[in-house]
Design a protein around this ligand. Structure first.
Ligand SMILES: [Zn+2]
Length: 289
């Protein structure tokens, strides 16, 4: 099974979406659907299901600025998203739960919707001059009406890695995590560094071990709100771990210990296909580095 939020069925229609008339036609199409959000989570309909409605029907609904945002075409059928004003609909469970329960193609669509809507929620005004931003390209870009600066949806790259040496790996835990959970290390990339340098820096900061070599495995959009997780296996120098303040603990694990940890309840809570963390751990358990 593919990682959640990857293998999106959407064609973002980058060549067409700059045309206002084309966007209007898509929105008016009988086939156009809209997924609606209540705050950071999916809005629920009267049956307790995610509120997916014909896009044309949203004209009667109170949507937050900028209204409907174009997501893309799924086999030619347009998808839009909108954020309902407070109190209009019940919010679903935490978005992670909704995404885990959704069919994979819908989870991708929901994720793109969430990242774009949360970006709009925070970018009504220009970060350069404070002027008002106006959407274009179906809401996939904004332009300031005062200084004309263009603003694009942000993506925040993060490295996520499983450090290993010999036949052991290192996992850490944060105090806020469910009891007993240990997982991969992760951190945001900084300006002026490569993916490999970010991996080495974060590993040094978090557990105080030098990285000998890092190899890229795969990536995953992570809509909380708009990260791109870049997964790596990191061979590190063996030795004592000194966890930084973000971590409550970090430990060396054998394969048997990792298997014991992820069999049973922990494995249920964090399904294999949901996060890169599990994918990297499974990969290491299978002897691939
Ligand atoms: Zn401006």
């Amino acid at each position: 099974m593919k990682l959640t939020f990857t293998d999106s069925p959407l064609d973002f229609a980058g060549l067409q979406r700059g045309d206002k008339d084309w966007i209007f036609d898509q929105q008016s199409s009988r086939e156009a659907q809209a997924i609606l959000f209540a705050g950071a989570d999916l809005a629920l309909d009267e049956h307790g299901e995610p509120m997916v409605v014909p896009a044309r029907r949203t004209r009667m609904l109170p949507l937050k600025s900028p209204g409907l945002v174009f997501l893309g075409l799924e086999e030619g059928k347009p998808w839009f998203a909108g954020a309902l004003e407070e109190g209009v609909a019940q919010a679903g469970p935490d978005f992670r739960i909704s995404a885990m329960q959704a069919p994979p193609h819908l989870a991708c669509i929901f994720a793109r919707a969430r990242s774009l809507l949360m970006w709009h929620g925070r970018r009504r005004f220009c970060s350069n001059c404070g002027g008002e931003n106006t959407p274009s390209d179906g809401g996939t870009r904004l332009k300031c009406q005062s200084c004309e600066m263009e603003h694009f949806p942000r993506v925040d790259p993060s490295v996520i890695m499983l450090p290993w040496s010999g036949d052991k790996c290192v996992m850490g835990r944060q105090a806020s995590w469910p009891e007993g959970l240990y997982a991969t290390l992760a951190g945001f990339m900084e300006p002026g560094e490569t993916i490999e340098e970010a991996c080495a820096r974060e590993t040094m900061e978090e557990i105080h071990r030098p990285v000998i070599s890092a190899s890229y495995v795969t990536s995953q959009p992570w809509p909380f709100p708009s990260s791109l997780m870049i997964g790596l296996m990191a061979e590190i120098e063996p030795g004592e771990l000194i966890p930084d303040d973000d971590l409550e603990d970090a430990r060396w694990f054998t394969r048997d210990e990792v298997r014991a940890l992820y069999e049973g309840e922990m494995g249920q809570k964090f399904p294999k296909h949901f996060s890169i963390s599990r994918l990297l751990i499974e990969r290491w358990l299978n002897g691939e580095t």
